[in-house]
Ligand binder design. Structure first.
Ligand code: AMP
Length: 171
């Protein structure tokens, strides 16, 4: 029987030399595996009174929306700057080279919300950590974080010590 790892394609030197890019497009093409992954992502959080799932642009939108439906809650997009049309809260954060920024609609979450954050992959953990800060700036709580893939050697999990982190596949 095929396993999750069989549907993750490694692309060497993309988008720049030295990066081993984990391509999830074969996975999202396969409905049975996609359903299985969705269930596994939310499994530890089913009894955690999650009120919303948040996901980062762009692959976090795919898995995050599926997880939201699985938990019967709504989805909140965290987007790159200038994409969200209404009033936003922003956060800038450090990348390996340079900086990046994420935004959330001001009214997307509020005090009392318990959020599951979802992305396809954790590398250094900077994106996830900034996302957690954005969610908390709106008064909501990060009740858990789920990734399809974790790159263990980059130790991104250390950036997320305050949270329950769940990953399906480790490289
Ligand atoms: P980081 O902030 O370093 O944890 O990077 C995580 C974000 O960058 C996620 O949204 C990933 O989709 C993307 N990313 C980083 N490294 C890779 C990789 N090797 N393959 C695919 N996506 C990656």
């Amino acid at each position: 029987m095929k396993q999750l790892g069989d549907y993750i394609r490694n692309i060497a030197d993309f988008p720049q030399p030295g990066i081993q890019f984990k391509d999830i497009t074969p996975l999202v093409r396969q409905p049975d595996m996609l359903r299985q992954v969705t269930r596994q992502l939310v499994e530890p959080f089913r009894q955690k009174d999650i009120t919303a799932v948040a996901g980062m642009e762009a692959r976090g939108f795919i898995f995050g929306t599926l997880c939201a439906l699985e938990l019967d809650v709504g989805f909140v997009p965290l987007r790159k700057p200038g994409k969200l049309p209404y009033d936003v809260q922003s956060i800038a954060y450090q990348l390996e080279y340079g900086t990046a920024e994420l935004e959330i609609h001001n009214d997307a979450l509020a005090h009392g919300d318990r959020v599951l954050l979802v992305d396809d992959l954790i590398a250094t953990g900077g994106t996830a950590r900034a996302s957690c800060e954005l969610i908390r700036q709106l008064g909501a709580e990060v009740a858990g974080i789920a990734f399809v893939i974790e790159l263990d050697s980059l130790k991104g999990r250390e950036q997320l010590r305050d949270y329950e982190v769940h990953s399906l596949l480790h490289y």
